[in-house]
Structure formats: C-alpha cells, structure tokens
Write a protein that binds this ligand. Structure first.
Ligand SMILES: N[C@@H](CCC(=O)N[C@@H](CS)C(=O)NCC(=O)O)C(=O)O
Length: 202
C-alpha cells in the first residue's frame, strides 16, 4: 500500500492528495509535523534528504517532488486518466506542470508562507510585492490560454490543473483578483470533490 508523508496545510502535498482522491487510491497518510520540525528529524531525512513534504513510499520505493509523484501515480494507475491519450496533448500537460512551478509556485511561497505562518513584523513586503507582480504577469498569460476553455489542456481535467489548484486557493490571500477566465477555471477546480476534501483549514 502507498504511504504518503504529508502535512494537511502543505500546498505541494495537496497536489498528490488530490490525485489520489481523483483516482480513488487507498493510502496510508502519515502527517509530518512541520511546526515541530519533524521534517528535519534524521529518520525523515533518511527518506527525503531535502526535508520537504510530500514523500511517497510504496513497497520500499521512495519518491519525492510532487510532480514526479503525480507522474508516477498516472503511470502506475491510469484510471481515471489525468493526462490525455494524445502524445502532443500529454506533452502540453508536462509543459504546463513545469510552468506552474517556474512561473507561479516559485513566487507564491514568498507571499503565502509569511501571510499564513509569520507575524506581520517578519514579512518582507518588498519581496512580497515583487512576487505578486510576477504572479499577476503569469495569470495574464493563463487568461489568454484559458479563454473559451474549461481546463488548461485538451478540455480535460489533467495533472496540469492539479498542479495549480492548491495555489489558486490562495489568490484572495495574495490579494490577487483573477481575470474572468482564470476566475471561472479556479471556481471549477475548487468545486471538485477532491479539492473540497483536501481544502486546508488555514
Ligand atoms: N518542489 C517540491 C516542494 C515541496 C515543498 O516545498 N514543501 C514544503 C511544504 S508545502 C515543505 O516541505 N517545506 C519545508 C521546508 O522546506 O523546510 C515539491 O514539488 O514537492
């Protein structure tokens, strides 16, 4: 059985939990208490030397990095499919997964982490404003991409949408008002049962 080391407030862990829910895969959920710095314990670092969540284990096989885990779940449990059958469309899913990390999540942490977990005195407001600008530029590109479409690729809910979903949750916290197509896409994604079941408390 799959074991997932995760934290309930972790955005990257949520990607994997959503995929597991979409595919109705039973798994053992193991909370890594980040507040207690359990991700820095030698036992956890032996599993994942980067000390981050999520980490997946299956019969001695260990995998970290949420996008690699999503691809592994898709490769080993194809139903229901979270990538299109067409190879070019599938390549577009990969491209969008990568762009999510280099154009979006690279910047969201600068805003979301302090706002969720640090007192205001510790916020780096200049860095947060710069990050917000980067995210808004990316969202302007997504707006054009999503115009007249329900999902990022192939009119199908895919791993690319899953990658964005936990971060779209926090657009209000980041004080980013999404443009119409992005707003509709966000609502569509957040309404999924897998998203509702994994919504963080804070
Ligand atoms: N690129 C990683 C990012 C994972 C990540 O940054 N997880 C955060 C929680 S959302 C974490 O474990 N932070 C603890 C730390 O970096 O010390 C992935 O996609 O899995």
């Amino acid at each position: 059985m799959i074991k997932l080391h995760y934290h309930p407030l972790s955005t990257f862990s949520r990607r994997v939990r959503i995929a597991l829910a979409e595919k109705q895969i039973a798994y053992e959920a193991i909370v890594v208490d980040l507040a207690q710095r359990k991700h820095r314990d030698p036992a956890y670092l032996a599993l994942n030397p980067y000390g981050r969540v999520p980490t997946l284990e299956e019969n001695g096989f260990v995998l970290y990095e949420s996008t690699a885990i999503l691809n592994y779940l898709e490769a080993t449990r194809a139903e229901p499919p979270l990538v299109p059958a067409d190879l070019r469309q599938r390549a577009l899913v990969d491209m969008n997964m990568k762009l999510c990390d280099i154009q979006m999540t690279r910047y969201t942490g600068t805003i979301i982490f302090p706002k969720r977990f640090l007192p205001k005195e510790k916020w780096n407001e200049a860095a947060m404003a710069a990050a917000k600008g980067e995210i808004e530029s990316h969202i302007a590109i997504l707006e054009r991409q999503l115009a007249g479409k329900s999902y990022l690729v192939a009119e199908q809910f895919t791993l690319a949408d899953i990658c964005y979903l936990p971060f779209l949750e926090f657009l209000p916290l980041m004080e980013i008002t999404p443009s119409p197509a992005v707003a509709a896409w966000r609502e569509r994604l957040l309404a999924r049962p897998s998203a509702r079941a994994t919504k963080p408390d804070a």
